[in-house]
Design a protein. Structure first.
Length: 192
């Protein structure tokens, strides 16, 4: 991963950090903020932000976790000369909308949403109850109703993507959605 701008030039990562700063939840000094940071980057990666592909997430105590991301987060936070010049992108607006705006600042919500998503992706043949049981066995403080709410939000997002592209891998849906939009925009440019 390239590191510039006081150590960083990964615009996708800096965009996620700017989103978190908007809700006052970026800073590696608080454990809750580190959870939110991990989960926001995880979802940005899942939504197709290729600048985040070097981060490999594993199933850990609080859901998907990447040690390298924590390391990079501490480096960026320590620089304090951050990323004010990066503009909000369509990807970031979509991510913010998907995560639920003010819910971005809720570490439990981010943890349960990312945990359900991660396990559904890793174990696509498992049922809703099996996935929820897996989450609860590792994270017993998470309420079942929060797991169900997260599951339902993910299902709703997947249903929208399936209507346009049918049953295909989640990673491919995001890529195809972006390609479809680019194609439509190109067609509109030709009309000018």
């Amino acid at each position: 991963m390239k590191i510039k701008l006081m150590g960083y030039d990964n615009k996708d990562l800096l965009s996620v950090i700017n989103l978190l700063k908007k809700y006052c939840v970026f800073g590696m000094d608080k454990f809750d903020n580190r959870i939110i940071f991990q989960k926001a980057v995880y979802f940005a990666q899942q939504k197709g932000m290729t600048g985040l592909n070097d981060y490999n997430f594993n199933w850990y105590i609080y859901g998907p976790y990447c040690p390298k991301l924590t390391e990079d987060g501490f480096k960026i936070d320590a620089s304090k000369n951050t990323h004010k010049s990066f503009q909000e992108t369509k990807d970031m607006a979509d991510l913010e909308n998907f995560l639920g705006n003010e819910k971005i600042a809720d570490p439990i919500w981010m943890e349960v949403l990312a945990s359900i998503h991660f396990l559904k992706r890793i174990y696509p043949s498992k049922t809703k109850e099996e996935i929820i049981t897996m989450v609860k066995s590792k994270q017993p403080y998470i309420e079942k109703k929060a797991c169900i709410k997260a599951w339902n939000q993910l299902e709703k997002c997947e249903t929208k993507a399936n209507k346009m592209f049918g049953k295909i891998a989640v990673e491919d849906k995001n890529r195809l959605c972006r390609a479809y939009v680019r194609k439509k925009l190109k067609g509109l440019e030709g009309r000018k």
